[in-house]
Design a binder for this molecule. Structure first.
Ligand code: TPP
Ligand code: MG
Length: 569
């Protein structure tokens, strides 16, 4: 029973283009799903097994030994959230679809925070969930792992989901699921399959990837956008996660318009931050207050619209893949619906005819950076630890953020040079996402170093996945800032609640011994200099995970640079 997705088609990734349908062969549902995933270019699935999915796992096992050369690598984790976060990290690092598979009920719920995060981050993650026997679904017979209305729960978590009812349905449903992940608002999709359906055999016709069409570009809207931008006196570009694949276009627009580009979490690296036009949140807020036209690309504009204010002197141009997004908070002057890169490419074609000659704003931006950097300088030791990481991490290396003091500072002051090299959890900002997400990024991008930063609080959410890192020899480098506390919570209790501390102190293991007990490389450092040396040692080894514990005390609050008041309206 496929649920009909209600999506506007958008641009496909290169691998999902195609249209031919091959012949039929007898196979199980599990085998058909494996074949379909391979046909869509997936090469890995992140899993935690269980009886409901045994026949699917047997199909995965057979594919491992098949003479065809086609293989779906299977990475098993120690908790379902680990599998789902790994798929998320792999999707974010590659921009390509990634899959995970877990048992129904508790398995689904164990993985649900990661699926929620994938939704918030518009990440192309395909979730497979087992199900109780097909004829028992909905009857409340207390089957193993039964959960009331599993399909209903799933349908609230993702935009597109379906249940595979027979082997012959599998190829088409996988193809539709993957198409949905790149259509309209991009994001995760999910497929359920009942315990007795995975192993059922029938003739199955192959299904090539479905073409993904894009909404036609609205030429009137493009013209209106080009006119407004071309005449703008103080244009500002805001890049969100939806701009990650439009780096060249955003860079060109920024230069043509001499428009600064604000990015905070998910839009980092779209404009190389060595460019003086790349600005952080506090500078961006000042510029928002002064702007006459804002071009917002693939962003919810949550912070500007809800915190910084809006008035009639500011025209907003929105570029978004989700047709419902532009008008959600405030009606924009112009809405351009579609993927950022074709829309901006078209805009670039006609903008020169409307644009005036503009003097360079580089010097002005350098001065603004210098002023803000002076204020940010009090975020120590965070900035010095970040500088140590930046000095050692190559420019294409991936930095994975967390909900921790050094993470908050990184959003303001860790320079990012390329798209998809700064992974931040976006608006969910869920503690504990980092380590396992980084493992997935490192697993999918074995050619690049990945550094995960985490607090002592967040790390233990998924620390058991150190076993996964060892089992699958994933060379992730994790830098753990140990302050013996849910430090962010503790500081709020100090500052706002008369220092009545509650539930914010942490009793920790010896993290170095903990890492070593898995067989990982582990060491403890204190200073930024020592961190840099430890990172260099870790980057020289690529045969397994490294855990570097940094002992720290309480750190100064970053929040005055993040939660800032109105500048307009
Ligand atoms: C899933 C989730 N649970 C709880 C929180 C609330 N929260 C935000 S920061 C924080 C403490 C983080 O502690 P730690 O990882 O040690 O980082 P530190 O602030 O000490 O650097 C908590 C509990 C959250 N953001 N997400
Ligand atoms: Mg802490």
């Amino acid at each position: 029973m496929a649920k009909t997705p209600t999506k506007t088609p958008a641009k496909p990734p290169a691998k999902t283009r195609g249209s031919t349908t091959g012949g039929a062969a007898t196979m199980t549902t599990g085998e058909a799903v494996v074949a379909a995933l391979l046909a869509h270019g997936l090469d890995t699935i992140y899993v935690l097994p269980g009886i409901h999915n045994d026949d699917f796992f047997d199909a995965l096992a057979k594919a491992q030994t098949a003479e065809t050369g086609a293989k779906l690598r299977v990475v098993h984790t120690r908790h379902e959230q680990g599998a789902a976060y790994m798929a998320l990290g792999a999707a974010l690092a590659t921009g390509k679809p990634q899959a995970y598979c877990v048992v129904p009920g508790p398995g689904l719920l164990n993985a649900a925070a990661a699926l929620l995060t994938a939704y918030g981050m518009n990440a192309p993650v395909l979730a497979f969930f087992g199900q109780i026997p097909a004829d028992a679904i909905g009857r409340g017979l207390a089957h193993l792992h039964e959960i009331r209305d599993q399909a209903g729960i799933i349908s609230r978590l993702v935009d597109w989901s379906a249940r595979i009812g027979a082997p012959g349905e599998a190829p088409r449903l996988v193809a539709e699921a993957i198409r949905s992940m790149f259509s309209g608002r991009p994001g995760p999709a999910a497929l359920e399959c009942a315990i007795d359906v995975w192993g059922r055999s029938a003739a199955v016709a192959a299904q090539a990837p479905l073409p993904i069409s894009q909404p036609p570009i609205d030429e009137d809207a493009i013209e209106a956008a080009a006119r407004r931008l071309g005449a703008a006196k103080r244009p500002l570009i805001i890049a969100g996660g939806g701009a990650q694949d439009a780096s060249a276009e955003v860079t060109r627009l920024a230069h043509l318009l001499q428009a600064p580009v604000l990015s905070y979490r998910r839009g980092r690296g779209v404009l190389d931050e060595r460019d003086p036009l790349a600005v952080n949140l506090p500078i961006g807020r000042d510029l928002w207050g002064e702007a006459d036209v804002v071009l917002a690309v693939g962003t919810h504009l949550h912070m500007p619209l809800l915190h910084w204010g809006i008035d009639d002197d500011l025209a907003i141009i929105r570029v978004d893949a989700d047709p419902d997004e532009p008008a959600r908070l405030a009606k924009p002057a112009v809405a351009l619906v579609g993927w950022a890169n074709p829309v901006l490419r078209r805009l670039l074609e006609i903008l020169p005819a409307h644009n005036k000659r503009r003097p360079s704003r580089a010097q002005e931006m350098r001065e603004r950076h210098a002023r803000i950097d002076k204020r940010l300088a009090r975020l120590e030791p965070q900035l010095s630890f970040l500088a140590a990481i930046r000095a050692e991490l190559p420019e294409d290396g991936i930095f994975v953020d967390e909900v921790t003091q050094v993470g908050f500072a990184s959003r303001l002051a860790f320079p990012v040079y390329r798209p998809r090299t700064y992974l931040s959890p976006g608006y969910q900002d869920n503690l504990g996402f980092g380590f396992a997400t980084a493992l997935g990024a490192q697993d999918a991008r074995r050619d690049l170093p990945v550094v995960s930063i985490t607090g002592d609080g967040g790390f233990l959410f998924t620390a058991s996945e150190m076993a996964t890192a060892m089992r699958h020899r994933i060379p992730l480098i994790t830098v753990l800032f140990n302050d013996g506390a849910f430090g962010n919570v503790r500081r709020i209790q100090e500052e706002r609640f008369g220092n009545r501390q509650i539930a914010s102190d942490l009793t920790n293991p010896d993290f170095v011994a903990f890492g070593k007990s898995f067989g990982a490389q582990a060491e403890r450092v204190k200073t930024p200099r020592q961190l840099r040396a430890a990172l260099r040692r870790a980057l020289g080894r690529r045969d397994g995970p490294t855990l570097i514990e940094v002992r720290v005390g309480a750190m100064p609050s970053p929040w005055e640079f993040i939660l800032m008041g109105r500048v307009r309206g």
